[in-house]
Design a protein around this ligand. Structure first.
Ligand SMILES: Cc1ncc(COP(=O)(O)O)c(C=O)c1O
Length: 467
């Protein structure tokens, strides 16, 4: 059969790129040889349709989906479903962005000035506004240090990808946000977990973390305030972590998307504000604090007072941002106003409501048989330990969670989603009455299934004596 392939070298250069009318340089390709063209065509013509997903795509796993999809989750039709599982504060309609945030977006849309492409790493004015906002947390950054992204997930993706050298590993908290593992697959990073300690309000087990470092450790991923723990690290604890990172010369990827969602008596410290020595990618965005997760604006603030990242890190981040050309243009147009005009009272109200829910959930759960909640200090979550030995009717905690759904229509995410079986995570950014109703139902469930293990032990003893 006649070949219809046009030789690349026969196409004028001006037509291939549209920018130059200079004479075409010789472009050498494998198609220069007619024999090899027909050989390769013969091979492709004789092959069957066989379109496969790439191994990297198949290795990309979202642990939450992976676990939840294997579960039998059929709510009780008699009771309205209460999903305490989804970390989207807008889901129930009681946490909403304020008028100033909506006005900023409407003004941007009406201006018609932000319908076009923006620079890949973000519009200059928007990056300036984000840099000023980050400075309010004590970071020393300018517009040139900011890369805008499509939500914090994209910021984390780029921050991990830029440091992912072949064969490297990154340290990740356990329990922790499962996205870090999901992102690691496509960039070939091995994940090594370091423990958080429930008995110490989920502070990092610093010795454990240090023991996981080796010569291939490319970054420590750190999350504060924490999803799923709802913990907030005190300053001296953050300094302990920085001390380890400094001694071992390891940069930090700081996931601080819940920045400042902290309850009275606790304080948020941006880790980058506490160090001159350790380079930090601060990853955040408007998702949680401004209650606009769907608007998809995130950012990386490159904190590197001693220029340890080197020039190619910035160039590389810029190249990575060109893969999808930044977040949508409208949020870039609105962000300056959003960051400066949102009143403090808006944040205060969110914190008051989540704090009220957190206290209520904690105080109710701690009186329930077989449950041990750990009091949160911020973010939108509470972790609850289930004493499985007191619930012998269930083979494991996933079975208990399934039964809670089928009998009480209350769904909490199993700790296995966060590499932490034996716990469940409850979302607190929901309507108070709904939360209270969920508490009533969880209580009647635990009352129904709780078995006092001391009675079980005694009856075992009795059995033994009678035999
Ligand atoms: C700890 C943590 N990091 C990152 C993200 C992702 O945020 P975004 O929706 O802005 O991508 C979330 C979302 O739930 C989160 O909980």
């Amino acid at each position: 059969m006649e070949s219809t392939v046009t030789k690349a070298s026969s196409i004028p250069f001006s037509m291939t790129n549209g920018f130059s009318s200079s004479p075409s340089p010789p472009i050498s390709t494998e198609y220069d040889n007619n024999d090899s063209i027909s050989e390769s065509l013969k091979i492709t013509e004789s092959r069957e349709w066989s379109i496969r997903a790439s191994p990297k795509a198949l290795a990309t796993i979202n642990p939450i989906r992976k676990i939840v999809e294997t579960m039998n989750l059929t709510p009780n039709r008699e009771k309205p479903f209460i999903p305490l599982s989804i970390g989207d504060p807008t889901l129930f309609g009681n946490f909403k962005p304020c008028d100033e945030i909506l006005d900023a977006m409407l003004t941007t849309v009406n201006s018609s000035k932000f319908n076009g492409y923006q620079p890949a790493s973000g519009n200059e004015e928007a990056r300036k506004a984000v840099a000023e906002y980050c400075s309010s947390y004590g970071m020393n950054v300018e517009a040139k240090d900011i890369v805008l992204s499509s939500g914090c997930s994209h910021a984390l993706d780029m921050a991990m990808a830029i440091l992912a050298t072949p064969g490297c590993n990154m340290l990740v908290p356990r329990p922790g946000f499962p996205l870090y593992k999901t992102l690691s697959a496509t960039i070939g990073v091995q994940i090594k977990y370091y423990n958080l300690l429930p008995e110490r309000n989920w502070q990092i087990d610093i010795d454990d973390l240090e023991s996981k470092i080796d010569e291939n450790t490319a970054a420590i991923i750190y999350n504060n305030p924490s999803n799923p723990c709802g913990s907030v690290f005190p300053e001296n604890h953050i300094r302990q972590l920085l001390n380890v990172a400094e001694r071992h010369h390891i940069p930090i990827i700081a996931d601080e998307i819940y920045e400042n969602i902290v309850f009275p008596g606790h304080e948020f410290h941006a880790i980058a504000s506490l160090t001159d020595e350790v380079p930090v990618f601060h990853c955040s965005g408007t998702t949680k604090k401004f209650l606009i997760p769907g608007w998809r604006l995130g950012w990386i603030a490159i904190n590197d007072k001693k220029d340890r990242f080197g020039i190619d890190i910035r160039t590389g981040l810029n190249s990575l941002s060109q893969r999808i050309i930044g977040p949508n243009s409208l949020i870039q147009g609105a962000i300056g106003r959003i960051l400066t005009k949102t009143p403090k009272s808006f944040f205060d109200e969110i914190i008051t409501n989540v704090h009220r829910n957190a206290d209520h959930a904690f105080n109710r759960l701690r009186t329930m048989k077989g449950l041990k909640p750990i009091q949160p200090a911020g973010a939108f979550y509470i972790m609850v330990h289930i004493e499985m030995k007191n619930f012998p009717a269930f083979h494991h905690d996933l079975h208990l969670v399934e039964t809670l759904v089928s009998e009480e229509s209350v769904f909490c995410l199993p700790g296995a989603c966060f590499e932490y079986p034996g716990y469940v995570r409850l979302v607190l950014a929901i309507d108070y009455e709904m939360l209270d109703e969920a508490m009533d139902r969880i209580e009647s469930f635990t009352n129904r299934y709780f078995v006092n293990d001391q009675i079980t032990d005694e009856s075992n003893d009795l059995d033994i004596q009678m035999n």
